[in-house]
Design a protein around this ligand. Structure first.
Ligand code: SAH
Ligand code: SF4
Length: 425
């Protein structure tokens, strides 16, 4: 979602006449988009700001702008700590970010490089990306279909920084998809904190997938993230029956202990989660199920952890993001007494990581010798980066002309996170 937001802000800055530079040292304006989900992400932002401040000491005209979730969460605490930061724009105002940045630059800079070409700044992010879509280099497009989240999982800062859940207008989404398609996009990736609770005027997510499938030039549709409590039979049927909808689902489990799930306010039990996995695999036999897991949540005992480890071995996820629990300000979990030492959180994380890596490698290896239809996304030094429908990266020899094409490849070699193949003649 942050990549999508950063792209939208950067594209809209370009429409205002800004130029993109490759190195911070060459910039007049540096914009840092931030994440607050874990403390580590915020630490990274702080250290980047430290470096930017050092640069500004010698390059006095440099404007430093902080946008996104951390900007929303901390507001002017950022400018108090980092005196050289010129502007802070929270996640809820991200659509206005480019306009505000240009205003600041126009006000403060005599030797400005930017000029507000369009006169009236357009606040609709989706529109900005339309004007500048670069089809040949962009066969895959992200599209935010909803903002915010109402779930208040007890560990999570997202509802506090991104606000309430809002589903965006279905017609606008489809119009946007069509324009992308006309500009050469082959794959659309719908984004939201909880896409499967999408509902705009009675149109649910399954219905949106169905409508998007009707766009002729789009050949693949992906989506993330899904909340297990909102995964309906309707949606499972839509994934099963709509050929353009990819056979991959990211379904964060977080834990397999019912006690911990309840304390996380996830609103499902492990047996419900397990049942969903079974139903998905029954209706979509080749589906790749990936997940998120948190280790060392407050009061997670060895027994709770073992339940999660057993679930990982039993379900055999195609991939998993595993995080050490990180207390976040204002969240309900931050007020819980946390009796799991950091070292133990790390140890549990490593055990799960070793297990999921082993399983992912085995699943990847089972693809060797098989043919897969891949979409070519990028090309570097004669090597195409492509993706299967079940979301596995495959590297094959090819040329930039192949970008955007669906190609049949034979998988020759497998590593945990990527496959290597040859184009079938
Ligand atoms: N809306 C998405 C999640 C967004 S955050 C969803 O519900 O799936 C992405 C992942 O970060 C979460 O699934 C969770 O595993 C992890 N996460 C969120 N807050 C965390 C915290 N305080 N500590 C550790 N991991 C966290
Ligand atoms: Fe956070 Fe839960 Fe909302 Fe995901 S569903 S963003 S984890 S509160």
């Amino acid at each position: 979602m942050n990549i999508c937001d950063s792209d939208a802000v950067s594209l809209s800055l370009l429409t205002f006449g800004a130029d993109k530079v490759n190195a911070l040292v060459d910039a007049d304006v540096a914009v840092l988009n931030t994440c607050s989900v874990r403390a580590q992400a915020e630490h990274k932002a702080y250290s980047w700001l430290g470096r930017a401040e050092e640069l500004k000491a010698v390059k006095k005209d440099l404007k430093i702008i902080v946008i996104g979730c951390m900007a929303q969460r901390l507001g002017d605490k950022i400018t108090k700590r980092f005196k050289s930061v010129d502007l802070v724009i929270g996640a809820k105002d991200i659509e206005e970010a480019a306009k505000k940045i240009i205003e600041l630059q126009n006000k403060n800079s005599k030797a400005q490089k930017t000029d507000a070409r369009s006169g009236k700044p357009d606040a609709d992010i989706s529109d900005f990306s339309l004007k500048l879509s670069t089809p040949s280099a962009n066969p895959v497009r992200y599209l935010t279909i909803m903002r915010g989240c109402d779930n208040y999982c007890s560990y999570c800062v997202v509802p506090f920084v991104r606000g309430n859940e809002i589903s965006l207008n279905c017609e606008d989404i489809l119009k946007q998809c069509e324009i992308y398609a006309e500009n050469g996009t082959k794959e659309i990736k719908f984004l939201g904190q909880n896409v499967n609770s999408y509902n705009y005027g009675g149109i649910n997510f399954a219905a949106l997938l169905e409508k998007a499938s009707e766009i002729e030039k789009i050949s693949r549709i992906r989506f993330m993230t899904n909340h297990p409590k909102d995964l309906s039979q309707d949606l499972i049927d839509a994934i099963a029956s709509l050929p353009k909808v990819c056979n991959h689902i990211h379904l964060p489990m977080q834990s397999a202990s019912d006690k911990i799930l309840q304390s996380m306010n996830r609103k499902y039990t492990y047996s419900h989660y397990r049942l969903l996995v079974e139903q998905l695999r029954k209706k979509i036999p080749d589906i790749n199920i990936t997940t998120d897991i948190i280790t060392g949540f407050p009061q997670e005992t060895q027994e709770d952890f073992q339940a999660t480890l057993r679930a990982v071995k039993d379900i055999r996820f195609g991939g998993a993001y595993i995080f050490r629990y990180s207390p976040r300000p204002n969240t309900a979990a931050a007020a819980m007494s946390d009796d799991v030492p950091i070292e133990e959180k790390k140890r549990r994380l490593q055990i799960l990581l070793d297990e999921t890596n082993k399983i992912s490698a085995e699943i990847a290896a089972s693809a060797v010798g098989r043919r897969r239809l891949v979409l070519a996304e990028k090309c570097e030094d004669g090597v195409l980066e492509t993706r299967t429908k079940d979301n596995r990266k495959v590297f094959v020899k090819g040329s930039p002309q192949d970008i955007g094409k669906e190609i049949d490849v034979l998988i020759a070699q497998a590593k945990i996170n990527s496959l290597f193949g040859e184009i079938c003649k």
